[in-house]
Design a protein around this ligand. Structure first.
Ligand SMILES: NC(=O)c1ccc[n+]([C@@H]2O[C@H](COP(=O)([O-])OP(=O)(O)OC[C@H]3O[C@@H](n4cnc5c(N)ncnc54)[C@H](O)[C@@H]3O)[C@@H](O)[C@H]2O)c1
Length: 439
């Protein structure tokens, strides 16, 4: 099939490359000429395992091309994916100006029957209003249809999540829209990926509800960490025991510093704002609490660092392991780690940050911090080490070697994943929120 993708950020570039890899002919566009030029040269402007190799493979095979023209998109294919950003507005709502601009630019060129497929995360009701805008502006009128196919990919696993998703959600208003989406996704569907067909509103809600649930699960286990902290219980054991219950499950049940990034925080705030507009106070109240608990983790880790430093941070040399908002990513948007770094630096700590992939982005965003390209360099003469992003590299560190580099072997494992027994055996004092101080 001939497929187009508007917006080549994290979502759109991954989607365009994977669509081409599934065998479709793909034309991808963005309003950012620099991004388009780099992608056309086979360059991925962010860290995503496997994506650059797949981009080059599909450019070389001639299955993927790039443009900055909406007219070319419209002329190229019959299925047009919308993957533009929906950043937060000042009042917490999703800012829909980019989605609306993309539809306004594309629709006047839609002269023959086609399907526009929204993938961006939007408030419920957006698709319905975009359909009206398309019908009014497209020469094809109501033959230019809209569907919503929300995206669930995780940064760091984006390629595999796109090629082999857990499920495909099709929000459609006609049998023709469903037929076209089935054709586009014939590859994954043939491997048994569940296909869930529903109305536009439910499809929009599935995405924000999934993010709300994941955020709630993370804040739930962090609230349990507070209960453990107050009682001397061990949240790591608690999470393990809870996770064996099939109704609960182990994933997203890791206590620690909480969530960040370009999606979860903005999506739960946007959902809360929509819920308030709709008068759905249950959702608004729940998500307000989830957000509050999540933010409180950053203050908690900062306070733990102050205590571990002997009550004052001014002049304390602190090494921070991890700057990205999550491992396997160079994305620092709303990074919990960098937020903690900011708080420490504001209290006078001398903070040196290491990250396997996000160092350049972090240095651009937070020039007031120090950066080191190796853990050894970062930890040299440190009085305190904070493990803030759970890159596998850090779990593989040798605590004996590192103990010889630092000034004081004191570690706060804010991600609750290090082998505390091993680190303590190597002479480290290890503190983990919600876990007993020793044992
Ligand atoms: N990043 C993720 O992991 C992820 C996962 C699932 C869903 N989403 C959702 O996908 C959407 C995109 O997210 P992202 O992380 O890729 O954002 P991003 O900021 O990385 O990319 C957005 C892209 O859209 C382009 N753009 C803006 N206006 C445009 C226009 N009028 N026409 C064409 N291109 C335009 C921008 O130049 C940019 O390249 C958001 O709604 C987000 O919530 C993201």
């Amino acid at each position: 099939m001939r497929v187009t993708v508007a917006g080549i950020g994290y979502l759109g570039l991954t989607h365009a490359v994977c669509m081409a890899d599934l065998g479709h002919e793909v034309l991808a566009m963005d309003v950012d000429e620099g991004k388009v030029a780099r992608a056309a040269q086979g360059e991925v402007p962010f860290f995503e395992p496997g994506l650059e190799a797949l981009l080059r493979k599909n450019l070389d095979a001639g299955r993927l091309r790039l443009t900055t023209s909406f007219a070319e998109l419209a002329a190229f294919g019959t299925v047009h994916f919308l993957c533009v950003g929906t950043p937060p507005a000042a009042d917490g709502h999703a800012d829909l100006r980019y989605v609306r601009a993309a539809v306004d630019a594309l629709a006047p060129h839609l002269t023959s029957p086609c399907l526009v497929v929204g993938k961006s995360t939007v408030p419920v009701g957006t698709a319905r209003s975009l359909q009206q805008a398309i019908t009014l502006a497209a020469p094809a009128g109501d033959q230019a249809e809209l569907a919503w196919n929300p995206e669930f990919l995780r940064e760091g696993h984006a390629v595999q999540d796109t090629l082999r998703p857990d499920r495909l959600v099709f929000g459609v208003a006609s049998a023709q829209a469903r037929r076209l989406l089935r054709q586009v996704y014939a590859g994954p569907l043939a491997t048994g990926v569940p296909e869930l067909v529903m109305d536009l509103e439910t499809a929009e809600l599935v995405k924000v509800a999934a993010n709300a649930f994941l955020a709630t699960k993370i804040s739930f286990i962090n609230a349990m960490a507070d209960a453990c902290q107050a009682t001397g219980a061990d949240v790591a054991m608690l999470a393990e025991a809870l996770g064996h219950d099939e109704r609960i499950g182990r994933r997203s049940l890791t206590p620690g510093l909480g969530f960040g990034g370009g999606c979860l925080p903005k999506d739960i705030r946007a959902f809360r704002a929509t819920a308030l507009d709709l008068g759905v106070t249950s959702v608004a109240g729940l998500l307000a609490e989830v957000d509050t608990i999540n933010q409180s983790r950053r203050a908690l880790i900062t306070e733990m660092a102050r205590e571990a430093a002997g009550g004052h941070l001014a002049g304390t040399r602190i090494t921070v392991l991890g700057a990205a908002f999550k491992p396997n990513s160079d994305d620092i948007r709303d990074s919990p780690s960098l937020d903690v770094c900011d708080r420490l630096a504001r209290q006078g700590a001398i903070v040196t940050v290491h990250d396997p992939a996000a160092l350049a982005n972090a240095a651009r965003a937070k020039p007031q911090l120090r950066y080191a390209s190796s853990v050894t360099e970062a930890a040299s003469a440190a009085e305190l080490v904070l493990h803030l992003t759970e890159w596998p590299d850090y779990q593989a560190l040798d605590p004996y070697t590192l103990a010889g580099v630092v000034a004081r072997p004191v570690m706060i494992d804010a991600r609750c994943v290090l082998d505390t027994r091993l680190w303590r055996a190597a002479g480290w004092s290890v503190r983990v929120p919600g876990r007993p101080r020793a044992g």
